[in-house]
Design a protein around this ligand. Sequence first.
Ligand code: HEC
Ligand code: HEC
Ligand code: HEC
Ligand code: HEC
Ligand code: HEC
Length: 283
Amino acid sequence: MRYMLLILSIVIGSVSVVHADYKDAFQKEFIDKPWAGAPIVEEGVCIECHISKNMKADYLKIPQEWKMSIHYKNKVSCHNCHGGDPADAAVSCGTPHSGFVRTPTYKDVPEMCGKCHVGILEKYLKSGHGRALKAAGKGPNCVTCHGAHSIQKASIDIINEVRCTKCHTYQRAKIMKQALFLTEKKIGELEDRVKELKEQGMVVSDLEKALFRTTAGFRTVFHSVNVDLVKEKSTLFMKDLEVIEKDISAITSELGFRKNFSAFLFILFGVFGIVYYVYTKEK
Ligand code: HEC
Ligand code: HEC
Ligand code: HEC
Ligand code: HEC
Ligand code: HEC
């Protein structure tokens, strides 16, 4: 009988060990991995000097805005965009030195951002917006829609009457927003379901990766500002999302099974306990 109890506790214990292994692997693969594997210096002379009292008042708010941004969270710092060496105390902005990009002109902003957001730059340059920018400086650049230092997670809320009526009617923008809406809604639902499963301790790293990849791919499409293309791609992306949805449902029912199984183990354990108690009492 004692052995029985021992075996039961080993079984239960090993379930949680497997779980811990997965969590460690996930942590290493997803959370701790710096962007593109390259070490990025977060603080350096750029910020030190740019928050000092010698700085122009207009410029002082820049490091503050940046600290609130998604780039700060992902360790994309001043020099990753502007160039220069954040470890070189001799750097001075007044004297341009090798690699220092300085402030890009309105027309050159897309290339600065596109160093990292490669797929988006490609779509943007081919779009009505990109072509209008390059031809006559008339199209919006990345900063017009996302800002430069206060950049946040992107969503279709960026498409609004204030921003999109500076150069043309809202009608065009509205059709675009409608075309994106259903796919965005589905993405939101799936993200919530994956988060829920993760909170319950299920292995969802593959789901997270698949969803992230699909979402990132879909969100480049807006930059074509081509409504027909967006509609066509939405149909394709919806199919990918349905595959992911099936996998989510499979894990959800597995979770249901596991819950029932642990309840079963729990009851079994209890019954054994009682039997053992009665057995030893009677002896
Ligand atoms: C994601 C890329 C990116 C990062 C990171 C970034 N900048 Fe910028 N910065 C830009 C762009 C783009 C502009 C041009 C702004 C515009 O067009 O409004 C700019 C403009 C500036 C300007 C000139 C502003 C003006 O009004 O002329 C200063 C100063 C500056 N950045 C400093 C910094 C400092 C200091 C940091 C780090 C705390 C930083 N930037 C981080 C992209 C970036
Ligand atoms: C020793 C102080 C100091 C350091 C270090 C420094 N800056 Fe500056 N920076 C300044 C000052 C002062 C200005 C404003 C110049 C002016 O009056 O226009 C400036 C302006 C800028 C501008 C806007 C003007 C332009 O030429 O484009 C950018 C962008 C910028 N700095 C980025 C950086 C980056 C990136 C680093 C780190 C690699 C850095 N700075 C390091 C003092 C500094
Ligand atoms: C040095 C590489 C780098 C540069 C240059 C850069 N970014 Fe980013 N950006 C990142 C990383 C890393 C993230 C966070 C991971 C992600 O969400 O893709 C990010 C995130 C973003 C997001 C939020 C994405 C989301 O998940 O919703 C936007 C919007 C964005 N960047 C716009 C810009 C703009 C505009 C510029 C130019 C002014 C720029 N980026 C320049 C690396 C860069
Ligand atoms: C800085 C000016 C400017 C802003 C701001 C702007 N656009 Fe545009 N947009 C243009 C120009 C220029 C064109 C292309 C020339 C044309 O067809 O008039 C264009 C074209 C378009 C087109 C048609 C593209 C095509 O190939 O037929 C759509 C859709 C569009 N914009 C959506 C938007 C949305 C959505 C926003 C807001 C998030 C926005 N625009 C903000 C300047 C702007
Ligand atoms: C006319 C406005 C507009 C312009 C110009 C624009 N974007 Fe966007 N961007 C958006 C909107 C709207 C979304 C969200 C699309 C969606 O949710 O499907 C977005 C999404 C993004 C994302 C998030 C992608 C993801 O995986 O979640 C990044 C990164 C980004 N843009 C970078 C850029 C860069 C870099 C440029 C310049 C080359 C640029 N954007 C130009 C409006 C714009």
